[in-house]
Write a protein that binds this ligand. Structure first.
Ligand SMILES: Nc1nc2c(ncn2[C@@H]2O[C@H](COP(=O)(O)OP(=O)(O)OP(=O)(O)O)[C@@H](O)[C@H]2O)c(=O)[nH]1
Ligand SMILES: [Mg+2]
Length: 364
């Protein structure tokens, strides 16, 4: 895909809490848009969704290079330090294990995960009689790769339509990730509809609209402050009538209380379950890698509203805290399904554990 100039959304202006629930029915009214909210449908999809020739099924050389570049700081904080310790100590003993443990902890892998990795390393070294630093390096790499591997790394979107609900706190990259996932699905030949169910700020709807246009996905939107569940309801009907393959729902990241946010999300999930009881549904939690260990606690909070089927880990570029990916996967047991390494359309790709480990350990 040709790389054109792309957008960078600057820091957004916060809306005052008072604005938040304006016009948002707390009632359980049927989602038939009786409130008189204007439904706006924007069709961006060519009648015949065609895979983009240049991305589907091709080796991801370009993405691997970006991943290598994006993980530079993380590599410096993990792999280079590991290599330094291996060289300076030169032998495999308890002191080495302790040094390695400290490196992992300080690289945002989390205490629990780091202890687990080193304990597995001790066993592996003993069992396989590893006596040289090179063997230890390979053993750590194997353990980390295994920790990142999950049988459910790919999206399960077999029904027509199937649904992806994207959740996460304010500013982590939900809206931009939706644009990128829509683009990726389109490159796989899927017809995509996006529901602008973050009605919190008008700018959020505008931002999503631009991404939908770029990705070639339809977008269903209401006005600012309207009931997000009503948007989802309309989007589901649109999908049914137009034969869309996948519905992706954007959601608000910040409401005036955590309780409001959780209730709003629960309502969205109720509508989807009611209208599409047999549909495959992915609940993707977007986490910002730069937040480090805080991402793990966010994941715990959001798992209260719905079972999380996957993590989208954004902003791995430019952070030294990429080790968080191992901690998230290991502590929450939720598979990482996409990783983001930049702001361009193809900077978000399905997660491949072996490829990630390879980039983390310097591309070999
Ligand atoms: N460097 C980098 N920036 C990213 C990445 N993903 C998202 N961003 C940027 O992060 C900022 C916030 O992204 P949004 O998609 O608006 O985040 P959001 O979660 O929808 O935010 P709210 O709607 O306010 O809750 C934007 O400036 C994005 O361009 C990434 O992988 N790398
Ligand atoms: Mg957003």
């Amino acid at each position: 895909m040709a790389k054109g100039k792309w957008f960078s959304w600057g820091k957004k202006k916060d809306t005052e809490p008072e604005d938040i629930n304006a016009g948002q029915a707390d009632s359980n009214t049927d989602m038939n848009n009786e409130a008189g909210n204007e439904t706006d449908i924007e069709t961006n999809e060519p009648a015949d969704a065609q895979p983009e020739q240049d991305t589907a099924g091709k080796p991801r050389t370009g993405f691997f290079e970006k991943l290598m570049g994006g993980l530079k700081k993380t590599r410096e904080s993990i792999t280079q330090k590991i290599d330094q310790v291996l060289v300076s100590l030169g032998k495999v003993d308890e002191e080495l294990f302790e040094e390695l443990e400290e490196i992992l902890i300080t690289a945002d892998m989390g205490m629990e995960t780091s202890l687990k990795i080193i304990s597995e390393l001790r066993e592996k070294v003993k069992k396989e009689k590893i006596a040289d630093p090179g063997g230890v390096r390979q053993a750590i790499r194997d353990i980390i790769t295994e920790k990142l591997t999950d049988k459910n790394t790919s999206l399960k979107l077999d029904t027509k339509p199937s649904v992806i609900v994207v959740i996460g706190v304010n500013g982590v990259g939900k809206t931009t990730s939706i644009g990128k996932i829509a683009h990726w699905l389109r490159s796989e030949g899927k017809k995509v509809t996006i529901a602008a169910a973050d009605t919190f700020r008008a700018a959020a709807i505008d931002q999503l609209e631009i991404w939908a246009k770029r990705a070639g996905a339809d977008i269903i939107k209401h006005s600012e402050g309207s009931d997000p569940s009503a948007v989802v309801f309309d989007a589901i009907n649109h999908c049914k009538s137009k034969g869309a393959d996948v519905l992706i729902c954007d959601t608000a990241g910040r409401l005036h209380t955590k309780k409001n946010l959780m209730e709003e999300l629960k309502k969205i999930f109720r509508i989807i379950k009611r209208e599409l009881p047999d549909a495959d549904m992915e609940t993707l939690l977007v986490l910002d890698a730069t937040t480090g260990q805080n991402a793990v606690s966010q994941a715990r909070t959001f798992s209260e509203v719905s079972e999380l089927t996957g993590i989208v880990l954004t902003k791995l570029d430019g952070t030294a805290k990429g080790g968080i990916i191992v901690s998230i996967k290991s502590e929450l047991d939720v598979p990482v399904k996409f990783i983001g390494v930049g702001e361009q359309m193809d900077d978000l790709q399905p997660f491949n554990p072996a490829e990630f480990a390879s980039a983390l350990f310097g591309g070999d």
